[in-house]
Design a protein. Structure first.
Length: 242
C-alpha cells in the first residue's frame, strides 16, 4: 500500500511539474509570437500619453510633409535632354512660338523656365537670361516648400523625448525623497517611462531624417538640371538669333 501511495505521489509531482513547465513554455511562446507592431504598441502605451502623443504627432505630420514633397518632386522630374531637343527642333522649324507650344505641353520646372525665356526673347538675350534666372529662383522656392517643417519635426522629436526623460527622472527622485529609501522597484516604472520617450523620439527623428535626406538629394538633382538646361536654352536662343 505504501508503495502504491509513493508511486501515486511521484506521478502527481511529475504531472504538476510537467504542467508548470508547459505553462511556462506556452507563456514564453506567446510572448515570442508577439509581432513587432504589438510590442511597439505596448511600449508606446507604457511611455505615457502626453509626450508620446506629441512625438507621434510629429511623426505623422513629418511623414505627411515628406510624402507630399516626394510626390511633388517626382512629378516635377522630366526628361530634360528630350525637352531640349524638342525645343531646339521647334525653334529650327517653327520659330519661337512653336518652341513655346512645346513648353506649354510639358510639365515640370524646366519647361516653365524655358517658356519664360522664350517669352522674352524678343526683348533681347539679356532680358531672356534675366527672366530665366528670376523664374528659376521661383521654381526653386516651390521645390523647397514645407521642407523647413520637416527639419523642425526632426529636431523637436528627440527634444520632446529628452524632456519626457528628464520629467520622468524628476518624478523618480521625488519618490525617493518622499519615501527616504532608494529602492529599484520604487523608481523602475518611472525610469522605464522616461527612457521610452527618448527611444520613440529618436526613432521618429531617424525615420524623418531618411526622408529628409532623400528629398534634399532630389531637390539638388532637379536644381542642377534646371541650371544646366537654362544655359542650354540661352545658347539655343543665341544660335537662333544669328
Amino acid at each position: 500500500m505504501k508503495k502504491i501511495s509513493l508511486t501515486l505521489a511521484t506521478a502527481g509531482m511529475f504531472i504538476v511539474g510537467t504542467t508548470t513547465s508547459s505553462a511556462a513554455m506556452l507563456q514564453e511562446g506567446a510572448e515570442a509570437s508577439k509581432g513587432f507592431t504589438q510590442v511597439l504598441k505596448e511600449q508606446f502605451i507604457q511611455g505615457g500619453p502626453v509626450f508620446m502623443g506629441i512625438v507621434l504627432l510629429c511623426l505623422i505630420l513629418g511623414l505627411a510633409v515628406a510624402i507630399e514633397r516626394i510626390i511633388y518632386l517626382n512629378l516635377a522630374s522630366t526628361n530634360s535632354a528630350k525637352l531640349k531637343q524638342q525645343v531646339e527642333d521647334a525653334l529650327a522649324s517653327g520659330g519661337v512660338e512653336a518652341a513655346k507650344e512645346v513648353c506649354r505641353n510639358t510639365k515640370g520646372p524646366v519647361a516653365s523656365i524655358f517658356y519664360q525665356g522664350l517669352d522674352r526673347v524678343d526683348e533681347g538675350l539679356e532680358s531672356a537670361e534675366k527672366a530665366v534666372v528670376a523664374y528659376g529662383g521661383v521654381q526653386m522656392g516651390q521645390l523647397e516648400k514645407n521642407v523647413s517643417w520637416l527639419s523642425l519635426f526632426i529636431a523637436i522629436a528627440p527634444m520632446l523625448g529628452f524632456m519626457g526623460t528628464v520629467i520622468g527622472m524628476i518624478a523618480a527622485f521625488q519618490k525617493i525623497a518622499a519615501v527616504g529609501n532608494l529602492s529599484a522597484s520604487l523608481i523602475a516604472g518611472d525610469i522605464q517611462v522616461a527612457l521610452l520617450t527618448t527611444v520613440f523620439g529618436l526613432i521618429t527623428a531617424i525615420i524623418l531624417q531618411i526622408f529628409y535626406n532623400y528629398i534634399i538629394a532630389k531637390i539638388d538633382s532637379i536644381v542642377n538640371d534646371m541650371e544646366d538646361s537654362s544655359i542650354s536654352l540661352i545658347d539655343m536662343l543665341a544660335a537662333h538669333k544669328k
